[in-house]
Unconditional design. Structure first.
Length: 223
């Protein structure tokens, strides 16, 4: 048993080689808020989707309003094409997608600290527990919340095909998820953007400024 555990641990270490799903772009300057938000949405691979729970009270008149958070993988496009739009792959068998049928306003919350679990070679000290000033709650460890409408994409549409391709490219295990679950590709139609990446409080970004960023031309890839 001990030797089996050792083998499994070595395999886990071998798999977690510190490589990102995509070649990581340089972290923007903290003064460029819109670009920082776009960088996070393209560079990170998972976050927490928050919805109004239909299981714990619902949003009917007179009912209790209860938030519910759920970890979700996402993409905003393929590695070489950043759209800024978060795409999700899920099923109405899951609570968050089920909630969105009743109230389509959801949020996706991201933390720069998630880089430490996906590509630790690129994690920054300010996000790392154990470093002198590091913590995921540190204001200089960027946090981003995107709020908007949950929109299920039409199966076979051009956007559906492109989003599904990007999801399977950056999250390859999704290809083998079991049939019969009614998998859906959905997006968040962003209405509000809340960002903290430094001391002094949050920045609320206009989605127009966020989408105006020409991500590919803004800066070079980290060498």
């Amino acid at each position: 048993m001990l030797s089996l555990l050792l083998v499994l641990c070595l395999q886990a270490i071998a798999v977690s080689g510190g490589e990102c799903a995509c070649e990581l772009q340089e972290r923007p300057d903290v003064s460029d808020k819109a670009l920082t938000a776009r960088w996070m949405v393209h560079s990170l691979d998972w976050g927490v989707v928050s919805s109004i729970s239909t299981r714990l009270g619902g949003d009917d008149e007179g009912g209790q309003i209860v938030p519910f958070g759920n970890v979700y993988s996402f993409v905003d496009g393929t590695c070489d094409k950043a759209t800024g739009v978060p795409y999700l792959y899920g099923t109405y068998m899951d609570q968050s997608f089920a909630d969105a049928k009743s109230n389509d306003m959801i949020s996706l919350t991201l933390s720069e600290s998630s880089l430490s679990s996906v590509c630790p070679n690129n994690a920054i000290d300010s996000c790392m527990l154990g470093s002198k000033y590091g913590d995921p709650e540190s204001p200089v460890c960027a946090r981003l919340t995107l709020t908007g409408n949950f929109v299920a994409l039409e199966d076979g549409s051009e956007e559906f095909v492109l989003a599904k391709q990007a999801l399977f490219e950056r999250h390859p295990s999704m290809r083998s998820w079991p049939d019969g679950h009614g998998w859906v590709v959905a997006k968040i139609d962003i209405q509000d953007i809340w960002l903290i990446d430094y001391f002094g409080g949050a920045t609320v970004l206009d989605p127009k400024d966020y989408f105006a960023i020409d991500f590919a031309d803004e800066y070079e890839t980290v060498g």
